[in-house]
Design a protein. Structure first.
Length: 243
């Protein structure tokens, strides 16, 4: 099985870290490849970044389908362009936020999310409502670190994330913590050891769900709203999406 991880931002170092984290937990026989758009924001930290990144995600879906990819993971906690991506392909497409929320509810009655910046808290809250997990999540917390600090000042970023995870454990009455950024994928082991309760990384969760769907022979339904986009012309820079 070939799973393509799409990092919706354009920071190559983060793409590499996400891919390496996925490879460590992939089953024997699963091939992991990690990629990123050619154009877009270097980090995704708000609605504007999400909108720009979504087109790059769709470009990567088109490219992957031409290469015979069996499933995709959108490795940004905003699940950038997720539903549009599902329209574009018949194979599974899994967002790391949705995957992490699902797994958290299987091991704990309540969970909290620890993310990067405070301005992204509302994005996670919107997703919790949209996916139906709002009543499972006690709190979305921000460590107040820019996404690129995970690359450039890793140890300091780790300490701030760990401190917020401990506060979630002690103050929120939760049994598990969801990490709210794909760039945190390689921190989960250290955090779980230090915090003492399950810590869920959405990249790993999404890879395992993709493997499960592949094993069951399940792909994205093409009946209803996730049917392939209707054939029509697209103007200007998006003409290549047209028929």
């Amino acid at each position: 099985m070939h799973i393509r991880l799409i990092n919706p931002n354009t920071t190559q170092a983060m793409t590499g870290r996400i891919g390496a984290a996925a490879m460590r937990i992939a089953a024997p026989g699963t091939r992991i490849s990690a990629t990123q758009p050619e154009s877009g924001p270097v980090s995704i930290e708000g609605h504007f970044d999400e909108a720009l990144a979504a087109v790059g995600v769709l470009d990567e879906i088109r490219r992957g389908d031409g290469e015979g990819v069996d499933a995709y993971v959108i490795a940004c906690f905003g699940d950038s362009g997720l539903l549009a991506a599902r329209e574009l392909t018949a194979v599974p497409v899994i967002g790391i936020a949705e995957a992490a929320f699902h797994l958290a509810t299987l091991i704990s009655t309540h969970f909290s999310v620890v993310t990067t910046l405070g301005r992204t808290v509302v994005i996670a809250e919107h997703l919790l409502r949209a996916y139906g997990f709002e009543h499972h999540c006690r709190k979305v917390r921000a460590a107040e670190i820019p996404v690129l600090d995970l690359e450039e000042d890793g140890e300091c970023a780790f300490e701030r994330i760990a401190a917020e995870c401990r506060r979630a454990r002690d103050e929120d009455g939760v049994g598990a913590i969801v990490l709210g950024c794909g760039g945190m994928a390689d921190l989960v082991g250290r955090l779980q050891t230090g915090v003492g309760i399950p810590v869920i990384d959405g990249v790993a969760a999404a890879v395992k769900l993709a493997e499960a769907l592949g094993g069951l022979g399940l792909g994205t339904s093409k009946h209803g709203d996730l049917a392939f986009p209707r054939a029509k012309p697209y103007a200007g820079r998006f003409a290549y999406f047209g028929s």
